[in-house]
Design a binder for this molecule. Sequence first.
Ligand code: ADP
Length: 800
Amino acid sequence: MPMKLKRPILRKYERLARRIMKLAPTYSQMSDEELQQQTAIFRVRLAKGATLDSLLPEAFAVACEADKRVLGLAPFFNQITGGIVLYYGDIAEMKTGEGKSLTATLPLYLCGLTGPGNFLVTANAYLANRDAEEMGPVYEWLGLTVRSGAPNETVDETENATPDKAEIYKADIVYTTHSALGFDYLMDNLAATEENQFLHGFHYALVDEIDAVLLDMATIPLVISGAPRVQSNYYQSADRLVKLLEVGDGLDIEESDDTKSAWFTKRGIAKIERFFGIKGLLSPKWAELYRHMVLAMRANYLMYRGRDYVLDDGEIALIDTENGRKLPGMKLHAGLHQAIEAKEGVKISSESRAMASITYQNLFRMFDKLSGMTGTAITDVREFRETYHLDVIQIPTHRPVIRKERPDQLYVTNQEKIYASVDRIKQAYAKRRPVLIETGSVSMSELYSYVLLKEGIPHNLLNAHSIAKEAAIIAEAGQPGAITVATSMAGRGTDIKLGEGVAALGGLLVVGTEPMSSRRIDQQLKGRAGRQGAPGESVFYASLEDKVVLENGPSWAKRARHRYEDQLQDEKREFGTPIKQARFRNLIATVQGVAENDQRSSRAMTLQFDEIFRLQREKIYQFRDRVMADQNLDQLVDKLIQRALTTFLTPSVKQPLSFESVLDYLFNHVDYNYDRSQLWEPWQAGGAELKRYLLEVVSKRLTAQHDEFLNHDQFLYFERLAILKAVDYAWIEQVDNLQQLRQVVNSRTRGAHNPIYEYQRDARSSFEQMTHAFWQVALSNLMLSTFAMKPDGTIDVEFP
Ligand code: ADP
């Protein structure tokens, strides 16, 4: 067992925690001023070469004392231990209510001493802002700077001046969200000058709910969208055709057993070709059409209204399948969104190009030190270790957990399950015991709400509200008589405190109405009850008709379902009888295990796909950084010009060299006013002489451009901009290409194809094409830009 290996480490950290607690009297005797001065003293020691490690005991003790004085909360022994785990770059598994927010102050203070570049990353803006506000005073009191980098949701966007990024990222410690950080990182790498880059290094990231960020969101990369793409008219026709195709073994479209992927059969492909009157649908010639067919197939057969998206005022709103929240403004990329719009017959929105993209895994891998905390990570220990080199260390709770976890209650049909769970809720409500009811989807939460209403049970329904309101409702969920229906992760990060008299009733009752696709998420829900040693109880209701069972169940379970359903119909089985047979005892755990494996391999696949993209992105970003930092670009410009001319002069089948093509090239890349009579002689001479001549024209033109500027610095600035614009132009094209390539390659998983290999091969060759395009665009930017001098001496550049 992996956990046994970690015991010695936990012991070691606990010893260190005890040492820190022994230091407490030294600091508690200090005056406020003396304590505050410790920060400066630590910083001097760091400057003199002391390591952060060596400062840990004292810095933690100082932070503990400051927590006590500023917030009135003295970190417990287990919180100090958790803080040490976090400092050393591992995952601290701490149960709900153990006080993770306070724990984070310890490692963040220590790492903040070397600021900036230290982040606490949470899953949503509300939590980032709340924690920055609540914990911020401690750091400030100790003389460190802290900011929230998350968007402020309570301020109306129109009146909210754009946040001052420079100021935010200068802070020693930044509380933010994974998406705000990723977005700013990508934007930094689209900036034209160093002044417009705001992040200062990636030193330390402490990721709250690290499982949600690294696992649940692993397959959804962050994408910055740019200009709209020319509207394709394939969506509707592809949709119409796909709806006519037949699904099933040996028919036009086949689905995998788990209904998570689908593909066209030979027969299907032939039908499509006949419909459009074409041949060779899979050939490059029809790549666009094929891509749209794939998208239409996915939209129609793999995406479900109510589960993956809802129709909201004639628009498609995606929903987060895990927590049922609407994701306003979020769009599926590379055309899937439009394909769903075609499927639903609503207006097709404009499709924008992807400008920049990164997966969260790769964002967080850039940090010198990565750590995380969560209530549940132990189920995914191996993946954290293998993929992120993070160990999970379970921190013992401050008080023993006395929550009662009841075994799962399994029924044949959904209906029986719902009745049984509502009975349980009714019993609790009669005693005014608070109940938190988790549902697997928005539609189920609405169904429960409806049933409870009919039973006359007042309740709160949480599915698509704003996160702030959600947190407020969740915080009240422990009051006597409170009944709360929520989708699975609603109000995450908010602690449920028990109201008066509730402990005597057995504490909060958590009712799960559908097992989720991973044990970890169920575990999170169970952990809502029985925090900080309080009583609590959890029970899950499941049926053979639950999604996770249908999708991942073994065939004997399927057969059993049919048999039982028949018996129910024939009244040989009494409605509402739970399934108690031994062979079903582990069914839920088994199907969840299958689903988890699937998710794991899909994450691993995303990472593999992303690897080549990451390498390319890093290459481009490094190149950009160099262009921005170099004080002399002459050499680089020379090289670019050489490369552009050489590739142009290398004849290819597509583009044989002719007098006209050289002339065109000169007009389009070098000089609009080129005097064509000059070209004849060098063209006749050909070969090296032609190249020498072209170089001469280019270099004369460059000198002429230089002369337009007052001084060399201005010219340097222009050169830099011209090159960066060219890189961005070419790279954005490439990002967009790769996005589309992913969609197509992914659906070719069947047959003799190796999708990763194909993707890598295509990605490599398109990178090469991109590089060529970059040289040419850089050349025209340098040659063809025009300038307008403004009265204040600055110059406006107009790029071709
Ligand atoms: P978690 O995120 O681990 O579920 P929170 O950070 O929301 O927990 O904290 C839960 C509650 O416990 C908060 O109300 C917090 O103020 C309280 N708390 C945390 N640490 C301490 C402490 N050392 N002493 C007293 N109360 C604490």
